[in-house]
Design a protein around this ligand. Structure first.
Ligand code: SF4
Ligand code: SF4
Length: 195
């Protein structure tokens, strides 16, 4: 008997795996009405808009979900969550997906994922952001094409530096920087244990 090539990319265990995540049990309740999409301010930038994202998970299209930038572009505005007729906590699910993707081999490191990690590393190192360094590091890590794109934005960047919106030097680190790192370490350990 030949395998059904049309369905071979679908993994029936994937939806079950995600349903065990915090708030993952809600995915199966999505009825594909699309209200979340019409309210989402980031929909035009997402590989899969929230409705299609849920559809791909329900269908077990793991590859598509692991490659999509959807959770990384969610701005946490909460509009979809208050509109969803099924009461799905979409914003919380997106937060959980970020963690899932960060921990999962084979998940695509999208620019959103890279920015998120760079942002967090920057913030945790001194307790406050150093925006100029964050911007530089992000474009450096994103590769030559991103660097070329960044060079095209000097007309915006230079006035921001001049007006101290992108200070070239770091501000003072917060008091208790070491304690902050300890809190982060502890929180990371708890998250790994599934708390
Ligand atoms: S609004 Fe809720 S039920 Fe409708 S498509 Fe979005 S997640 Fe699914
Ligand atoms: S919370 Fe995220 S997914 Fe929902 S509308 Fe806002 S940006 Fe879109």
């Amino acid at each position: 008997m030949t395998a059904d090539k049309g369905t071979s990319r679908y993994d029936p265990t994937f939806a079950r795996e995600l349903s065990k995540m915090e708030n993952g049990e809600y995915v199966s309740q999505c009825m594909q009405c699309g209200l979340c999409v019409v309210t989402c301010p980031a929909r035009h930038l997402m590989d899969l808009q929230p409705r299609k994202y849920f559809k791909a998970i329900q269908a077990g299209d793991k590859d598509k979900v692991l490659k999509a930038n959807t959770p990384w572009l969610c701005t946490s505005c909460n509009l979809c969550t208050v509109r969803c007729p099924r009461g799905i906590p979409i914003i919380d699910f997106m937060h959980g997906m970020k963690k899932y993707l960060a921990d999962t081999k084979g998940a695509k490191v999208t620019p959103g994922a890279l920015f998120s990690k760079t942002f967090f590393d920057n913030m945790i190192s001194r307790g406050r952001l150093w925006e100029a360094f964050l911007t530089g590091m992000f474009y450096l890590k994103a590769g030559p094409k991103a660097m070329r794109d960044a060079m095209k934005m000097t007309d915006v960047a230079i006035p921001m530096v001049m007006k101290r919106r992108l200070p070239p030097l770091p501000g003072k680190a917060v008091k208790g920087k070491k304690d902050l790192k300890k809190i982060y370490k502890k929180a990371s350990a708890l998250a790994k244990e599934g708390h």
